[in-house]
Design a protein around this ligand. Structure first.
Ligand SMILES: *Cc1c(COP(=O)(O)O)cnc(C)c1O
Length: 370
């Protein structure tokens, strides 16, 4: 229902904007938002329920605003998962999804007169954080193979003097991981920005990276302006819990503590995340299977003569289709939802269960033969 005479002082840059989000369509095979297809085991469900019940008894009180127990456990988890030492609670920050973590970074380091630089195609939420914090948003194109051209990156940093550089590794929607040397060189270029520049490596898919692919976490000890973000939404199979986190110098974490809303992480969220961390090895057990399924999907798509972007994530970016929307629609008509995103001609499929991937392959064969 619309009110004819209603005048709202909506910010001009929001005029005509629509809320972000992939279509949530109820079809049998949902391979469109990079979720982990394996839900928690009954044992983990029971443990989470018990932890939530315990938290519920104290819900008349505000939660621990600094969530130090959770931060401490995240530090221990990262030390174990990526074999980095020296991380403590002062180096960890968390929020409701790494989306909110990223918003905090923009609130603390972006703002009017400041620029955030990234390399396209990349995660489609980045321009929204910039818009919402009145930060200038600049992109430079990735190469044909979706890697970053270092010369161009250095030139862009020197020219734009950004306050934030966003590197996504493995990248979404392409799956491309960055070499450590690329990140090291970009950190060096960022160190030349007179006002300072924070380099954020978004590692939402890091747990799926192939064996030889490094994590930027190992650069933290030598890089006080580096941030590495992670999430429990993908490999951890906990997208519904909304828990993202980062590791960085304590100075960066202290800046984020200033901009967060008080008590932004509910007692329930903290309890769920801490319980999930206690079960990290079971929750991450599906990662090996998903990686194998990804590599098999890549090989299968290649055999069909399609172009594939090298993937270190739990999805595959493939093309190129002269009319990708028809391919997307054809799959949807057969009950398979994937994602139409990034440069024209390409489609992204998340890795599901073996049954879901069979359904995807069957449907794609039909669509391409039609
Ligand atoms: C999915 C995703 C995230 C994670 O979002 P959450 O808010 O943690 O669910 C962050 N960055 C990228 C690039 C992603 O694809």
């Amino acid at each position: 229902m619309t009110t004819p005479d209603l005048r709202l002082p909506i910010r001009p840059e929001l005029a005509g904007e629509v809320p972000y989000g992939a279509p949530q369509i109820d079809v049998p095979v949902q391979l469109n938002v990079n979720e982990n297809p394996y839900g928690p085991t009954p044992e983990i469900v029971a443990d989470i329920a018990a932890a939530v019940a315990e938290a519920a008894g104290g819900l008349n009180r505000y939660p621990d605003r600094e969530f130090r127990d959770l931060r401490d456990e995240l530090a221990q988890f990262l030390a174990f998962e990526s074999d980095v030492s020296g991380l403590t609670v002062e180096n960890i920050w968390a929020a409701n999804g790494s989306n909110e973590v990223m918003l905090h970074l923009f609130q603390a380091f972006g703002g009017p007169g400041r620029t955030a630089l990234t390399f396209a195609p990349s995660y489609s939420m980045y321009p929204e954080y910039a818009r919402d914090t009145l930060t200038q948003f600049a992109t430079r194109p990735r190469r044909e193979d979706f890697t970053i051209d270092l010369e161009q990156a250095r030139a862009a940093i020197a020219e734009l003097q950004p306050a934030l550089v966003l590197l996504t590794s493995p990248n979404n929607p392409t799956g491309t991981a960055l070499e450590l040397q690329t990140i090291i060189e970009i950190l060096a270029a960022a160190a030349e920005v007179p006002e300072g520049c924070v380099v954020v490596v978004d590692e939402a898919y890091a747990e799926f990276r192939r064996a030889q692919t490094p994590s930027a976490l190992q650069l933290l000890a030598s890089s006080p302006n580096l941030v590495v973000t992670r999430t429990m939404s993908k490999a951890f199979a906990l997208a519904g819990a909304r828990l993202g986190y980062l590791a960085a110098s304590s100075e960066i974490v202290d800046a984020l503590r200033v901009v967060r809303l008080p008590y932004h992480l509910s007692a329930v969220t903290q309890a769920v995340a801490r319980t999930a961390l206690r079960h990290s090895s079971e929750l991450l057990a599906s990662v090996a299977q998903l990686r194998a399924e990804r590599d098999a999907t890549v090989a299968w798509l290649q055999e069909r003569g399609l172009e594939i972007a090298a993937s270190d994530a739990n999805f595959v970016y493939f093309g190129k289709f002269p009319a990708r929307h028809e391919v997307w629609q054809g799959l949807l008509d057969r009950g398979v939802l994937i994602r139409e995103t990034g440069p024209d001609g390409w489609l992204r499929v998340s890795i599901g269960t073996p049954d879901e991937m069979s359904a995807f392959k069957r449907a794609l064969v039909e669509v391409l033969e039609a």
